[in-house]
Design a protein around this ligand. Structure first.
Ligand SMILES: [Zn+2]
Length: 451
């Protein structure tokens, strides 16, 4: 009996083999039926046999149905770089030239080859390794995915397939990570703790008004982070938003919770006790840079006399990305004496910001709206500059201010019923952070083997 042995299957032999299998079952029945025949009939193969035909209505058909219904196998394999249709199907245990030909020709099915290496493809095959169905998640957002489904539509004599792309809901989970910043630094620790890059970027953005991740974070600092992730078939399809994060910098805790829109407020990050994290201006217009010269009086490096420095200089290599520190519109873009290539943005409330010595602008035009964090240009040393750096000014009614003091403006705090709603909404997130804190204690270190 080899009804369900997939290892012996060959393409094209399925029908013959099924018939053989059914015949084998019938033989078994006949053997049982002939068991009552005289014993010597078995001892002497040449002896005449008395065979009686069994009449079991529809047995063949029933068996065929049974085999079709039960004997399928699910294989899964990750997409690999350089995969062809043939190599992918082979790894999925599919031996089916008709299916391969269909995928080669069908536009929807060819979506398979837009998958990134590592993305998982599921194949259902029958006992002869012919394709029954194939599924793969193409893309989507955190809550829904586009899924490719290829299914056998015709019968075995005339194999036909259909391919559709459909929207399916993802399973939304809260992923949790925690750890201790290792000597290798913040970014290596995040890698080791398996925190996805896009989640790290969100974390930088959430705390950009208050922490300089390149210079403030020290070994031994702790982090706890909860973020949304959309799952399909047990695998992450898309990472979503950071919903709770706590960072202990030396002894100072920095915390943020995402609180979605509630009518009077748009969704935004708040501290655990309900103070808005939003700042009108980011702390730095250049990611990953250090302040090389502050606001106020200094001996000018080119003119060698004491002048008032009207802004802050950020040391960064030529080509480093310069971002708008606040929402606004492009007021000026061009060359100015001393400043070289400069961008001036106008903001609400009489504020403007200037970004000087740029090597290039980043596809912006005068009058255009820009949002906080948007790329506006690249660091250079045009104008009076001894080396590549960004000169940044923040002006109030065209009078330069110390950007550091403007950034310390008091944020909004939730109050009254809004605060009550905030506290009840965020209690679940806080309990997750509490779980991560207790894991720190239980593990005597951290949970993600970050050391
Ligand atoms: Zn300067």
């Amino acid at each position: 009996m080899e009804l369900n042995d997939p290892t012996l299957a060959h393409h094209g032999g399925r029908r013959k083999k099924l018939a053989a299998s059914v015949a084998a079952v019938l033989m078994l029945c006949m053997a049982a039926a002939t068991g009552v025949a005289p014993r010597n009939a078995y001892l002497d193969p040449r002896a005449p046999r008395q065979q009686e035909r069994l009449h079991l209505p529809d047995l063949r058909e029933q068996l065929e149905k049974l085999t079709d219904a039960t004997a399928t196998y699910i294989h899964e394999a990750p997409m690999q770089g350089g995969d062809t249709i043939a190599s992918l199907l082979k790894r999925l245990g599919v031996d089916d030239p008709d299916a391969q030909e269909f995928i080669r020709r069908n536009a929807a099915a060819r979506n398979l080859f837009n998958l990134e290496p590592g993305q998982v493809v599921l194949a259902e095959v029958d006992q002869d390794n012919l394709l029954v169905s194939l599924r793969a998640t193409l893309d989507g957002n955190v809550s829904a995915s586009r899924e490719l489904v290829i299914e056998r539509a015709g019968d075995l004599d005339e194999p036909a397939f259909k391919a559709i792309v459909r929207a399916v809901r993802n399973e939304l989970r809260h992923e949790m990570r925690s750890g201790i910043i290792a000597a290798g630094g913040f970014f290596r620790t995040m890698d080791a703790a398996n925190v996805p890059d896009e989640i790290v970027r969100q974390m930088l953005s959430i705390f950009s008004g208050v922490i300089d991740f390149h210079h403030d974070i020290v070994a031994g600092d702790r982090f706890r982070i909860v973020y949304e992730a959309g799952f399909r078939d047990g695998a992450v399809v898309r990472n979503g938003r950071v919903v709770a994060v706590e960072l202990i910098n030396r002894t100072q805790p920095y915390q943020a919770l995402w609180y979605p829109a509630d009518g009077s407020h748009a969704g935004a990050y708040y501290t655990f006790d309900g103070r808005s994290m939003a700042r009108p201006f980011l702390r730095s217009p250049v990611e990953f840079s250090r302040m090389s010269s502050g606001f106020g009086w200094r001996n000018h490096p080119l003119h060698h006399r004491w002048v008032q420095h009207k802004g802050i200089d950020f040391a960064a290599p030529t080509g480093a990305r310069v971002q708008a520190t606040g929402d606004g519109t492009v007021d000026f873009l061009g060359r100015q004496t001393g400043y070289g290539n400069i961008v001036i943005l106008r903001h609400d409330g009489g504020y403007s910001t200037c970004y000087a010595h740029l090597s290039q602008y980043a596809g912006i035009r005068p009058g255009q709206r820009v949002t906080q964090g948007q790329l506006i240009g690249y660091v250079g040393q045009t104008g009076w500059a001894t080396g590549p750096h960004l000169h940044y000014e923040l002006r109030f009614h065209d009078v330069p201010q110390n950007p550091l003091s403007v950034m310390l403006m008091e944020p909004e705090t939730l109050a009254g019923p809004t605060r009550q709603r905030f506290l009840s909404y965020t209690s679940d997130l806080l309990s997750r952070i509490a779980v991560l804190r207790s894991l720190d204690v239980a593990a005597g270190g951290n949970r993600n083997l970050v050391r």
